[in-house]
Design a protein around this ligand. Structure first.
Ligand code: BES
Ligand code: ZN
Length: 612
């Protein structure tokens, strides 16, 4: 009986799987081969009461293959009407998928030019976080920000949501008149009385770079084409922290060619922002946790700035090619850091990252389900592209590019990269196209280079190739020596920490031997870790506190978990907590208490981790 039933059931499942496979490629329902989106005009009202954006999006389309419909992505929004060239049309909504949302199918003909969708977003639109005044720095006004990467733009704009598709945009945004709006476009530098703001992005960008923020912030100019936006109460601190921003832009241009986006500004968001930074064109969004008071975490700005070339100019065509965005960017970030702060400092940061990469690869290789995700080229079809956001794309990607640099020499490599960005500006790049370009413009010149680099292994094999360099940094050697001494006497007084920067401390914490709670206590008394103000150091300290059951730090840890929503900090602490049954209870309780303050991106990850 069971078996007879199973046959049609399986056949049915197979059919839907095929249907899905055929229809949904590269995480979009969009029929972009047939119909191209050229431009989007947004007209939206921002309402903090209902936590909604409402209005319309007009999409300028080009029907290249005489298609009789245009298919857009959308997720969790109410669509009230659709017009094609000013005439109301019927539309269809496809089946809902928890990752992809649904298709919005609109009838068109050969001559159709403008598709206008009237819609309203849901309060739980995943891209948008609506913050109460208490969740901001100044605690006076509400705040809204978006996070579209990877495939969340579809929760606030109906569009074809894949990085292969580029369009220009303009927007008219109405906000409560004591607030200001900014986007990934030309921006105002002050408020206006009407609360109506106009934006233009005249360079074609992919959907994941659509961005908006609304709040009470002010602008501070930092140089020729750089500046910072932040809440008034922290603007001066932010401006001080980012004093080197103009020099970063100038040095980046000297390395890999002209900056293509006009201005480069940074908006500092409230602490619930789930990422460190997001490279929204013209206006990077950044976490306030990099405002450390000593400029020690500004490599994040170098990173987001570098995306202005790797990512925003030359864009990964699919999320499988994500390493082309992030690996190149980490490499470029390090080159900017080296130019500004010198070789030793940049090598220290890279050495620290090399250690993290090793941990990630060891962990992932030990788990059969994750092993394949240690390849640079990913297989994310049918999965959430968020699964590809690991150290692999970033750090394995960076060390791959460093190994090419080592083999071909810096001059050849820099010339290659400069041409790569110039030749493919405002285009998308696949791993395959990159390999062909690398061969044609560099490796074919010298067969020995090709075999030394062995890109096949780096890109298509799991784990780290044997030619992945191991690193040494003079500065960190010093820390290692101190740790050796500390191991013998467990006496914090014997550690010479003069001249330690954030990164020395991180290396220190990450390389300590196994400890008892009493040792943690002594370290805390000597160095004041639990009451420190540097979020990177706090994160590592709290992980150790959980591991060694150093309970006096738990209160500070809970406060940290309630205040900071950056996933990179939340995840290691929650992960350490759930290793014991008591810890897991505590993790669940803390999550329950603070979940409403976290961004959807962080909530999704934590729910999966906690099995909720
Ligand atoms: N583009 C990423 C953030 C991202 C990636 C968001 C994938 C959603 C999906 C950004 O440039 C980034 O890499 N941010 C890092 C900081 C960086 C210094 C490594 C982060 O947020 O930690
Ligand atoms: Zn990045």
């Amino acid at each position: 009986m069971k078996q007879i039933l199973a046959v049609p059931l399986l056949a049915g499942m197979f059919l839907t799987a095929c249907k899905k496979e055929m229809k949904v490629k590269n995480h979009t329902y969009g029929n972009y081969d047939a119909v191209q989106i050229r431009h989007i005009s947004l007209d939206l009202k921002v309402d903090f009461e209902t936590k909604s954006l409402s209005g319309s999006a007009i999409l300028d389309i080009e029907n290249k293959q005489s298609a009789n419909q245009v298919i857009l992505d959308h997720k969790n929004m109410d669509i009230s009407e659709v017009q094609v060239d000013g005439k109301k049309v019927g539309f269809e909504i496809g089946e809902y998928d928890t990752v992809l949302g649904s298709a919005l199918v609109i009838p068109i003909d050969d001559s159709s030019k403008k598709v206008q969708v009237f819609y309203k977003t849901h309060p739980d639109a995943e891209a948008l976080q609506w913050l109460s005044p208490e969740q901001t720095n100044d605690k006076k006004n509400p705040f809204l920000f978006s996070q579209s990467q990877a495939i969340l733009a579809r929760t606030w704009i109906p569009l074809m949501d894949a990085p292969a598709i580029r369009f220009t945009y303009d927007a008219k945004i109405s906000v409560p008149n004591h607030l200001m709006a900014v986007m990934s476009a030309s921006n105002p530098t002050g408020k206006n009385k009407e609360g109506i703001y106009h934006f233009h992005q005249d360079k074609p960008i992919p959907s994941y770079l659509m961005a908006i923020a609304v709040g009470d912030f002010q602008f501070h100019n930092l140089g020729r084409n750089t500046g910072v936006y932040a809440e008034p109460g922290m603007l001066d601190k932010c401006a001080w922290e980012f004093a080197d921003m103009q020099s970063m832009v100038d040095n980046a241009e000297a390395l890999y060619g002209p900056y293509a986006w006009g201005r480069y500004d940074v908006l500092v968001l409230p602490p619930s922002f789930p990422f460190g930074g997001m490279e929204n064109p013209v206006l990077t969004f950044a976490t306030p946790t990099i405002i450390a008071g000593d400029r020690s975490l500004v490599s994040l700005v170098a990173h987001e700035l570098a995306h202005s070339w790797s990512g925003n100019l030359v864009t990964n065509e699919t999320w499988n090619d994500f390493w082309l965005n992030e690996g190149f960017t980490v490499y470029f970030e390090q080159r900017i850091m080296e130019k500004l702060y010198g070789f030793d400092y940049a090598e220290m940061l890279t050495t620290l990252a090399r250690g993290e990469l090793q941990h990630t690869v060891d962990d992932m290789m030990a788990d059969p389900e994750q092993k394949n995700d240690t390849k640079l080229f990913l297989e994310l079809d049918g999965r959430n592209p968020d699964d590809g956001v690991t150290d692999i794309a970033y750090e394995k990607g960076r060390f791959f590019l460093r190994s090419i640099e080592k083999v071909v020499g810096r001059d050849n490599w820099d010339t290659f990269l400069k041409n790569y960005f110039k030749t493919h500006a405002f285009q998308t790049m696949t791993t395959e196209k990159f390999i062909a370009y690398l061969n044609a413009n560099l490796l074919d010149k010298n067969p020995e280079w090709k075999s030394k680099i062995n890109y096949e292994e780096w890109i298509f094999q799991p784990g780290l190739p044997s030619n992945c360099e191991s690193m040494k940094s003079k500065e960190l050697e010093r820390v290692s020596k101190s740790i050796e001494i500390y191991k013998t006497d467990k006496n914090p007084e014997s550690i010479d920490t003069s001249g330690y920067t954030t990164h020395h401390w991180l290396f220190f914490l990450r390389n300590l031997p196994a400890l008892h709670a009493t040792d943690m206590q002594k370290l805390d008394e000597r160095f004041g870790f639990s009451s420190g103000g540097n979020s990177e150091i706090l994160c590592d300290w709290f992980v150790l506190s959980v591991r060694y059951k150093y309970e006096p730090a738990y209160e500070a840890m809970k406060q940290f978990l309630g205040h900071v929503g950056r996933r990179k900090f939340l995840l290691p602490i929650y992960k350490e907590l759930i290793k014991t049954p008591e810890g897991k209870e505590m993790a669940k309780a803390i999550f329950k208490q603070y979940q409403s303050g976290y961004h959807a991106v962080a909530v999704n990850t934590l729910k999966e981790l906690l099995g909720e």
